[in-house]
Write a protein that binds this ligand. Structure first.
Ligand SMILES: *Cc1c(COP(=O)(O)O)cnc(C)c1O
Length: 500
């Protein structure tokens, strides 16, 4: 299988090179030259497998430069002891709706599904491409990605990771998750300022050729852990195929009946994976794109115009507070070609907006529907889901449930799979306050009371706090330094210097 750039101006590569590079040299994203279609025989085999086997089976269809043994071992390590025995569990909620729980990994967020396996693919990609330098993963995080990346790259041979988070921009829970991080190849520092300050500083370092040259001389190469890497997208296709198997095996749907999927969407990686599963032959009808008040994608799927020139809102579902959804580029490529995609991306960078035209829009609307959920509706949905079903959902999942309802009003009777991307206990303040009807919670209010709220929520619901979060506040703090954004380079040199 060859990989090509969505912008069409880069040479094709094998998957190991695509995973090592992340971004293609023409700034496009790597895509397989064709999508595999599952045969009846594939589907029969998949129905009988467990999650680890399904993951290795599907990934081997795309990673033709990896051996079956390599993929079996990557998947067994990734989805083994760190995960619930069912890494992507399907839970029926009512006659129409089932939840796909993607938060039963080591950091209680769906990023684990990709970030547990991707580092293992990267290590093997380095061997396959003859890379002798050590990789330094550099990440600025506003919360979930940083912790999931630390946990994924921890103690992975040949790879080191340094994470920077804003002192004024993550919840108490998220901060503590990073402060206690284990592993001999990890570094974490807080940055004075907000997320923008941290992100800008890290972006500057990626663009700094002199600094890259210095690291290179010392045998290091910088890389990022963000969601545009093919090695993060592919593992996400797996859980949609696996969910279909489980829906069929549980008798919720039949092998040929269609169902729809609602995905709480930020960078568009998760929902794109669902679209690719559909293209591979999983009988999905509509992909419902769920947004919060940052509804740039809702407007896109309803008007064909993507326009990032708009107000930015901080919401209680922070992982969806996004104005530029990077993985949408892959959809533009899939629905036309690299010329069309490159043209849209040029307009986005020149004037912050583009229009796909009515032909492309009507094709997209065959596969996609889009809605958004306001903060008040999100709180009500958290509370309603608990009172009606005794089921706890986090704010991101509540956004999806609300949007699934809007879709059902227009399409009654259709079976719906709603994707749940985080444990309610990652946002205990917002969830608890929504259920007991306390004052408006904003993303900044998750403060010191976080853990007490988690315990209150557990008492109220009878649902235990997940193990990875339970002993957070009893563990030893390893990383507590706070630095100025200008000092990140020094921090990196100190980290890499101590590891020659
Ligand atoms: C990252 C994230 C999302 C958004 O997923 P994308 O693939 O970026 O669209 C949604 N919910 C949670 C909890 C996340 O961490």
């Amino acid at each position: 299988m060859k990989y090509v750039s969505t912008r069409g101006q880069a040479p094709w590569v094998f998957s190991a090179e695509a995973i090592k590079n992340g971004l293609a040299p023409d700034a496009g994203l790597y895509m397989p030259e064709k999508l595999v279609v599952l045969s009846e025989k594939d589907k029969k085999a998949l129905l009988k497998m467990n999650y680890i086997e399904r993951a290795a089976y599907v990934m081997s269809m795309y990673l033709s430069d990896f051996t079956k043994e390599e993929l079996n071992s990557c998947c067994a390590q990734a989805y083994g002891s760190g995960f619930d025995p069912e890494p992507a569990r399907v839970v029926p909620l009512d006659r129409r709706t089932s939840i796909l729980e993607l938060f039963n990994g080591p950091t209680c967020a769906f990023k684990d599904m990709a970030l547990q396996v991707m580092p293992r693919l990267l290590t093997r990609s380095l061997e396959k491409t003859g890379e002798k330098r050590r990789i330094l993963i550099l990440t600025a995080t506003s919360g979930d990605t940083g912790k999931a990346a630390l946990e994924g790259y921890r103690d992975v041979p040949g790879v080191y990771i340094s994470v920077y988070y804003p002192t004024d921009g993550v919840s108490e829970m998220q901060k503590r998750q990073m402060e206690i991080q284990q592993g001999d190849n990890v570094n974490v520092s807080a940055i004075y300022g907000n997320f923008d300050d941290a992100q800008t500083a890290v972006k500057e370092i990626f663009a700094d050729k002199t600094f890259a040259e210095k690291l290179n001389r010392d045998g290091w190469v910088l890389s990022s852990a963000n969601s545009i890497n093919w090695g993060r997208l592919l593992p996400q296709i797996v859980y949609y195929i696996s969910a279909w198997c489980d829906l069929v095996n549980k008798g919720i749907t039949t092998a040929n009946d269609t169902f729809s999927v609602t995905v709480p969407t930020g960078n568009f990686g998760n929902i794109l994976a669902a679209f690719m599963a559909k293209k591979m032959g999983i009988p999905i009808n509509k992909l419902v794109c769920a947004s919060n008040s940052n509804n740039v994608l809702t407007d896109f799927f309803n008007t064909g115009i993507y326009d990032k020139n708009r107000a930015f809102y901080k919401t209680s579902s922070p992982s969806m507070d996004i104005l530029v959804s990077s993985n949408l580029e892959r959809l533009l490529y899939l629905c036309r070609d690299s010329g069309f995609c490159a043209d849209c991306m040029r307009q986005l960078s020149d004037r912050g907006a583009y229009s796909v035209g009515s032909g492309v829009l009507s094709e997209l609307r065959q596969d996609f529907a889009a809605y958004f959920c306001a903060e008040k509706d999100c709180r009500e949905k958290i509370s309603e889901t608990f009172s009606k079903h005794g089921y706890l959902v986090d704010p991101h999942t509540a956004v999806a449930l609300f949007c699934a309802d809007r879709y059902a009003e227009e399409n009654p009777g259709e079976k719906m799979l709603v994707v749940s991307t985080a444990s309610a206990y990652k946002f205990p303040g917002a969830v608890y306050d929504s259920i007991v009807g306390e004052s408006t919670q904003t993303s900044e209010d998750f403060g010191a009371a976080s853990y007490e709220k988690a315990e209150l929520l557990s008492k109220l619901s009878g649902v235990p706090v997940p193990l990875p979060l339970r002993d957070l506040f009893r563990r030893e703090i390893r990383f507590s330094n706070i630095i100025d954004p200008e000092d990140i380079r020094l921090d990196i040199l100190k980290f890499t210097g101590s590891r020659k």
